[in-house]
Design a protein around this ligand. Structure first.
Ligand code: SAH
Length: 252
């Protein structure tokens, strides 16, 4: 028995998306590297490293590559906000990725559209057990007053495809075009599939949960900003705490 207990990596793109977690982690140590701050501490009985990746696929991929290299996590969980593109989704709903795709990756005619060159796949599968735990955490989420104040009363939990790319969706035309291309897409964001690719290539289990902040239409910028300011804290805490209490120990 020693103190060599592999950590769980917790990643969000923006400070607001993980602040509620970082606040309670009381980091023993903050390691700065490449413009990112890796907060090492404990939460819900687990050793964790929290990091804000910043926005976009490159920022997310480089942050997670360093996270894997320096901290050797046994799993990575990304939480944050996303735009809903499936019309059944409402603001406040939670989407757990079963698979993720880079919607802006297109190396045709060398490779089929969306296929990651030389990896041979387009859709990256999340770790099913970790995704199940995130889904259970999402189902246990109890709406606090600050979330109810946005008109969210009974958020639903969805599982399926999340599409990521270096684009903020804020028009119905853009959403319609994406749905022609990838009709199964539930939600769109800017980092998840990049984190998925890095973890997949390193063989590290990962999962992604996104809360719908906007419906990716003309109101997206305003809805997103309001959700980020007023509502993302309780979701982040519930999802992270829920997933941590259920992650298999990997210590046997
Ligand atoms: N206005 C912000 C930029 C936010 S980008 C700023 O000024 O800094 C939106 C972030 O939330 C990204 O990290 C992305 O992953 C997620 N997201 C939420 N809604 C989105 C949408 N409609 N399209 C793409 N990404 C979205």
């Amino acid at each position: 028995m020693g103190r060599v207990v592999p950590v769980i990596g917790l990643v969000s793109a923006m400070a607001e998306e993980l602040a509620a977690v970082i606040d309670v982690v009381h980091a023993e140590e903050v390691i700065e590297h490449g413009g990112r701050r890796y907060h090492r501490g404990r939460y819900a009985g687990e050793d964790v490293v929290c990091v804000i990746s910043r926005i976009g696929k490159v920022a997310a991929a480089t942050t997670v590559a360093i996270l894997l290299e320096r901290f050797r996590p046994r799993a990575v969980v990304m939480t944050g906000l996303a735009g809903g593109v499936d019309p059944r989704l409402a603001i406040g709903d939670i989407v757990i990725a079963d698979t993720l795709i880079q919607h802006d990756l297109d190396a045709r005619p060398l490779f089929p559209r969306h296929e990651i060159p030389l990896l041979g796949i387009a859709q990256l599968p999340a770790d099913p057990a970790l995704a199940d735990r995130l889904a259970r955490a999402a189902e246990r989420f109890i709406v606090p007053p600050e979330v109810a104040a946005l008109g969210i009363t009974a958020p639903r939990v969805w599982r399926g495809l999340i599409a990521s790319g270096d684009q903020f969706f804020s028009s119905s035309d853009a959403v319609a075009a994406l749905r022609v291309l990838l009709p199964d897409t539930l939600a769109v964001e800017m980092e998840g599939a990049a984190v998925a690719q890095v973890c997949h290539e390193h063989g590290i289990p990962f999962a992604v949960a996104r809360v719908i902040s906007d419906t990716a239409d003309h109101g997206a910028a305003l809805d997103f900003a309001r959700f980020l300011r007023d509502a993302c804290g309780p979701y982040a805490r519930a999802l992270v705490e829920g997933v941590l209490t259920g992650v298999p120990s990997g210590r046997g």
